[in-house]
Ligand binder design. Structure first.
Ligand code: AMP
Length: 425
C-alpha cells in the first residue's frame, strides 16, 4: 500500500539551500548592526503562558483569532501559546529579571499566527527586531528607527519608505478616541461589515483597514495630530528633528495606526514599494508605555520594531538586492581509488579552515569531475590509483584555462592554498 505523502503544514514552508543560507546571512547582517548599536541578544522561549500574549490587547486579531494555543501535560495543564510576536516576551523577560534600564535587546526567530496563507503571509514566519526598555528619550526612538533604515540599506534595498505617526499618550488618546468613535459612528453605514465589528471593539483599528470600501471614510477621519498633548507633540517633533539630523527620509502618515493595541506616541512602518500593497509592510514598530507594567513589572516605557524576514527577502528578490551567496565549497576532492584517501584529505583540508566537499558511491572520474564543476569549487584535489601508489595527489585549478600539478599528499593544504590565492587576485 502506498504510504501517505506528508507535506509541510498549511502556511509553513521548508527553506532549502541556498535560500536558507541567505536567510542566516540576513540575520547575521542584522545581528552585526544591532550589536554595534549596543543591543544584546535575548533568546526567549518560543511558547509562553497564554496570558503574556493576552496583554497585547483584547481587540486585535493576533490575540483573539490567530494564536496557536495548547495545553501542556501538566496537572493541572498550563494554557500556553506559540509566540505571535516578540515584544510581549521581551517585556515579560524584563519584568522577570529586572535588568538595569535602559535595556537594549535584539532578537530573531520564528513567530506563529493562524492567518490565511498567501504570498508574503505565512503561519510561521521569521522576524528580527530590537527593543529599548526603560527610557522615553526621543533619541532612543531615533536610534531604533535609524537602525532599521541602516539595515535595509546594508542589504542593498533602495525602495523602502519610512512612514511615521504619533499616537499620543494617555492624556491625548482618550479625547482622540472619543472624537474618532463619534465620527466613525456617524458614518457607520458606509463601512464594511468587518470594520463595523472592529468599530465596536476598538475604533482606532478601523484606520488600519485596507478594504477599499472603508477608504473614503478613513480619508476624512479626525487626525491624531490635532489632539496631541503638548508633551506628545514635543516628543514627536524631537523624533523628527533627530531623523532629519541623520539625513533620514520619512513621511509623516497621520492615519498610520498599527496592528497591536499597546502603542503610544511614536509609531512607524517600513514599506517596500517593490511588493504588492497587501503585503508591502516589511517592518514596523513603535513606543509602548504600559506593557511591562501589565506583565507585573515596574512602569517602564519602551520602543522597538519587528521586521519581517520573509517579506524583506521577497522585496530583495523584487529589487534584485541581497542575492543568494555562492556555496561556500572551495575545494572538491575526487577520489577514484576507493574513497578512503578522500575521507582523510577532506578532514585535513577542513581542519585547515577550508570549505570542502566530495562525492560518494565510488562514481566514475567523469561523474565526480562533473560534481566538482557544479560545486563551484575553485580547486579540485584528485586521487586516482596512480596518485595513491605514489602517496601523491593532483591539485587542479578549476578556473577556465587553469592548470594542475601533482604534489605529495602531505603538501595538499599548501598547494590548494596557492590555487585559492591565485583566485583571489
Ligand atoms: P507586526 O508584528 O504585525 O507589526 O509585524 C511586523 C512585520 O512582520 C510585518 O511588517 C511583516 O513584515 C511581518 N509579518 C507579520 N505577519 C506576517 C505573516 N503572517 N507572514 C509574514 N510576515 C509577517
Amino acid at each position: 500500500m502506498a504510504q501517505p505523502l506528508f507535506r509541510a503544514p498549511a502556511g509553513t514552508r521548508d527553506l532549502l539551500p541556498p535560500e536558507s543560507a541567505r536567510r542566516r546571512r540576513l540575520v547575521a547582517v542584522f545581528a552585526d548592526l544591532a550589536e554595534r548599536t549596543g543591543f544584546g541578544l535575548l533568546e526567549s522561549p518560543i511558547f509562553e503562558d497564554l496570558g503574556v500574549f493576552q496583554r497585547l490587547g483584547e481587540s486585535n486579531d493576533v490575540v483573539t483569532k490567530e494564536l496557536f494555543e495548547f495545553f501542556d501535560k501538566g496537572d493541572p495543564p498550563r494554557h500556553l501559546a506559540l509566540r505571535p510576536e516578540l515584544t510581549a516576551s521581551v517585556c515579560r523577560a524584563f519584568a522577570e529579571h529586572r535588568p538595569a534600564p535602559p535595556w537594549k535587546i535584539w532578537y530573531s526567530g520564528p513567530q506563529f499566527r493562524y492567518e490565511r496563507p498567501q504570498a508574503g503571509r505565512y503561519r510561521q514566519f521569521e522576524q528580527v527586531g530590537v527593543e529599548t526598555l526603560g527610557t522615553d528619550d526621543p533619541h532612543a526612538d531615533v536610534e531604533v528607527i535609524g537602525l532599521g533604515l541602516r539595515f535595509y540599506e546594508a542589504l542593498g534595498m533602495k525602495q523602502v519608505r519610512l512612514l511615521l505617526n504619533s499616537l499620543g499618550d494617555s492624556e491625548s488618546r482618550p479625547s482622540y478616541d472619543a472624537a474618532l468613535a463619534a465620527y466613525l459612528q456617524s458614518r457607520r453605514g458606509e463601512l464594511s461589515g468587518q470594520s463595523q465589528l472592529t468599530l465596536e471593539r476598538n475604533p482606532l483599528r478601523v484606520l488600519d483597514s485596507k478594504r477599499e470600501q472603508d477608504q473614503p471614510v478613513i480619508a476624512e477621519a479626525p487626525l491624531m495630530a490635532d489632539f496631541l498633548s503638548g508633551e506628545s507633540a514635543d516628543h514627536f517633533a524631537a523624533v523628527l528633528a533627530g531623523l532629519d539630523s541623520l539625513g533620514a527620509a520619512y513621511e509623516v502618515s497621520p492615519r498610520l495606526v498599527r496592528g497591536l493595541d499597546y502603542y503610544t506616541r511614536t509609531t512607524f512602518e517600513f514599506v517596500a514599494d517593490a511588493l504588492d500593497t497587501a503585503q508591502n509592510a516589511v517592518g514596523g514598530g513603535g513606543r509602548y508605555d504600559g506593557l511591562v507594567e501589565e506583565l507585573g513589572g515596574p512602569p517602564t516605557p519602551g520602543i522597538g520594531f519587528a521586521l519581517g524576514v520573509d517579506r524583506i527577502l521577497l522585496a530583495c528578490d523584487a529589487e534584485g538586492a541581497f542575492a543568494a551567496a555562492a556555496a561556500p565549497v572551495e575545494v572538491f576532492v575526487v577520489d577514484t581509488a576507493g574513497g578512503q584517501t578522500a575521507a582523510v584529505l577532506c578532514d585535513r583540508l577542513r581542519q585547515a579552515g577550508l570549505g570542502v566537499d566530495r562525492a560518494f558511491d565510488g562514481r566514475s572520474m567523469k561523474a565526480q569531475m562533473k560534481r566538482a564543476d557544479r560545486s563551484g569549487a575553485a580547486a579540485a584535489v584528485i586521487i586516482g590509483p596512480d596518485e595513491q601508489a605514489e602517496g601523491a595527489v593532483t591539485v587542479r585549478d578549476m578556473r577556465p584555462g587553469g592548470g594542475q600539478r601533482r604534489v605529495a599528499e602531505t603538501e595538499v593544504v599548501a598547494a590548494v592554498a596557492e590555487v585559492l590565492e591565485g583566485e583571489a587576485q
